[in-house]
Design a protein around this ligand. Structure first.
Ligand code: NAP
Length: 244
């Protein structure tokens, strides 16, 4: 039997890697995208050996349409299909509006939001042909409620929600389901830069009194992006320990 395939942007570390592991545990072959030059490809291949699935590692900057196009072509050449797309790659460039540089606004929008557009546009023709597909994009609670110092990031993450609701409507007739998850504070490299004091303050504001784990996000992404989801589309699931 042919195995299903999940393509995960930013899948070599953090939340993306936990998502990749969840899909691998469920028998999916993987296309893992990364952008950093210091990514240890051999180590990642070795880590996934225990799941007995095939892993294609593809370098591409998701904000660059041509690089995304080459990545999707390579995925189709190797596997012939993409069943699930997870738009996970994302960055922050935080600052108060008064101090935010134009390039920091553009950077965050082009990776987080345009990257989601690039990948969704490029993958959906293959899903349309199969008349089946699932897309899960990683938004953020910040995109739902806003956050001082993150206007660029909030705009990108709110944009992902609006984009997802729209493509869910466009693609429903082809049985392609598109949803978002909106994580709260999750313990990864992205939040490890925060001081202990800031982390303490954050934990105090979370009803469950702790940051979430990448695995807790991965479980929800698999719920929405795995084959058992056949009737949820256009939704945003908040995974935030009760924050909002
Ligand atoms: P992270 O540890 O900082 O990892 C960021 C990921 O994005 C890495 O895999 C990185 O690839 C990839 N990436 C960055 N720029 C890219 C580009 N131009 N093209 C392709 N890939 C790129 O972040 P994380 O915490 O795992 O976050 C994953 C997603 O969850 C992001 O969308 C983030 O906004 C969202 N999120 C995180 C939190 C949180 O508290 N951590 C909360 C809400 C939402 P490389 O490994 O190659 O650098």
């Amino acid at each position: 039997m042919e195995r299903r395939v999940a393509l995960i942007t930013g899948g070599a570390r953090g939340i993306g890697k936990a998502i990749a592991e969840k899909f691998a545990k469920n028998g999916y072959d993987l296309v893992l995208n990364y952008v950093s030059d210091n990514t240890n490809l051999e180590e990642i291949q070795n880590e996934f050996k225990e799941y007995n699935v095939e892993v294609l590692l593809e370098k591409a900057d998701v904000s660059n349409f041509e690089q995304c196009e080459n990545m999707v072509k390579a995925a189709i050449e190797k596997f012939g299909r993409i069943d699930t797309l997870v738009n996970n790659a994302g960055v922050t460039r935080d600052n108060l509006l008064m101090r935010m540089k134009e390039e920091d606004f553009d950077k965050v929008i082009s990776i987080n939001l345009k990257g989601t557009f690039n990948m969704t546009k490029l993958v959906t023709p293959y899903m349309m042909k199969k008349r089946e597909g699932r897309i899960v994009s990683i938004s953020s609670v910040v995109g739902v409620v806003g956050n001082a110092g993150q206007s660029n990031y909030a705009a990108s993450k709110a944009g992902i929600i609006g984009f997802t609701k729209s493509v869910a409507k466009e693609l429903a007739s082809r049985n392609i389901l598109a949803n978002c998850v909106a994580p709260g504070f999750i313990a990864t490299d992205m939040t490890s830069v925060l001081s202990d004091k800031v982390k303490e303050n954050i934990n105090a504001q979370i009803p469950l009194k702790r940051m979430g784990t990448a695995e807790e996000i991965a479980n929800a992404v698999y719920f929405l992006g795995g084959e058992e989801n056949t009737y949820i589309t256009g939704q945003t699931l908040n995974i935030d320990g009760g924050m909002i």
